[in-house]
Design a protein around this ligand. Structure first.
Ligand code: UT7
Length: 329
């Protein structure tokens, strides 16, 4: 019998727009304080895409870095996946726009919509395509320009989000099996707690929908918070179980960066010390599908991880969706 094809994580990359918006800047545009934002969320600043900078532009820069780290060319990619809730437009997909920017003309490309859990959903799809022998080299991107869909008059949401992109190259391997497990979940009955109701077929854009601010992110933060802690802890536990690993085997736990208090609550439930939890929320805010991959990329770049280390990624977001993956770097 042939040896099972596994997944090798060849490289990662990330990109943040140059412009930075600090809490002090926000104090000037909405009724908030640096003190409130810092103590309630852990966020200090976030990156903001320029007017002419779309999600695909951020995805492109992150992809170039990941290709370089993986030491392969764009031409060797045979599937492009982009996890995003802030696509350049409804269609064509941001993955197709990215494909053109990468100078490719035939690799299949599609977006996936699973909000903040999008990158972990993407790992699962990439793993299945590679293990089944369908594709060899997959470019998986998590990219968001959330600040373009932010209501800058709503202090409950506008202080939370930022923009950025991260990318990973996953490749078929006979020797490696770097994706040990992926656990996914969703519950659509919570849809109203975190959504952007306008712009789709249920509520197409009209002057009225714009006036009613239906094209901005809406969130009932308190309710989301509680479910986020429960589901992230559940997903993290399940992915460990599936990988036949214990939390002690994990070098770095990388949770979705939505709120420092959520991160601490999940860490406590998982019984993992904060020194083994990666946090960069202070610099990024919540960048939805881009959070776990940009955090992973930073952890690699600053030397917190070395080849062979086990990492657990866990995320939760609109839908609701949740997921966790145990991977080897
Ligand atoms: O990525 C997907 C997952 N997303 C999340 O997981 C986010 C989950 N939720 C959260 O992170 C938190 O619930 C928030 C950060 C959104 C809010 O924190 P909270 O501790 O739940 O605050 P709250 O909504 O209960 O508001 C407490 C108070 C309110 O004032 P009153 O009614 O007590 O007088 C708010 O009006 O804080 C007020 N407030 C603010 N004050 C200053 C809310 N936002 C602000 C603000 N600045 N930006």
């Amino acid at each position: 019998m042939n040896k099972k094809t596994g997944v090798k994580i060849l490289g990662t990359g990330s990109y943040f727009p140059k412009k930075v918006l600090t809490n002090e800047d926000l104090e000037k545009i909405v009724n908030t304080t640096n003190e409130w934002i810092t103590t309630r969320t852990g966020i200090k600043e976030r990156h903001i895409a320029e007017k002419d900078e779309a999600t695909s532009d951020l995805a492109y820069q992150a992809s170039l870095e990941a290709l370089k780290a993986a030491n392969i060319t764009a031409e060797q990619i045979d599937l492009i996946l982009v996890a995003t809730v802030t696509p350049d437009m409804s269609f064509p997909s941001t993955a197709c726009v990215l494909q053109t920017k990468l100078g490719l003309t035939s690799a299949p490309a599609f977006d996936l919509s699973a909000a903040c859990s999008g990158f972990i959903y993407g790992i699962s799809i990439a793993k299945a395509f590679i293990e089944s022998g369908v594709y060899k080299n997959i470019l998986l991107v998590g990219a968001e320009a959330l600040t373009k869909f932010t209501d800058w008059t709503d202090r409950n949401t506008c202080v939370l989000f930022g923009d950025g992109a991260g990318a990973m190259i996953l490749s078929a391997s006979e020797e490696n099996d770097d994706v040990l497990s992926v656990f996914l979940g969703a519950d659509g009955s919570y849809a109203d707690l975190l959504s952007m109701p306008g712009g789709g077929s249920a509520c197409p854009a009209t002057a009225e929908s714009v006036n009613e601010k239906k094209h901005f992110i809406r969130m009932k933060g308190k309710e989301v918070f509680k479910v986020a802690v429960l589901k992230m802890a559940l997903a993290a536990g399940k992915a460990l179980e599936m990988a036949n690993k214990k939390i002690e085997d994990i070098k770095l736990f990388i949770p979705h960066q939505a709120n420092m208090r959520i991160i601490e609550a999940v860490a406590e439930k998982m019984d993992v010390l904060m020194e083994r939890v990666f946090v960069n929320i202070h610099k990024t805010g919540n960048i939805s599908a881009a959070t776990t991959i940009t955090a992973l990329d930073e952890a690699i770049k600053i030397g917190k991880l070395k080849a062979g280390d086990l990492v657990e990624l866990v995320a939760f977001g609109g839908g609701f969706t949740w997921g966790a993956a145990v991977i080897r770097i």
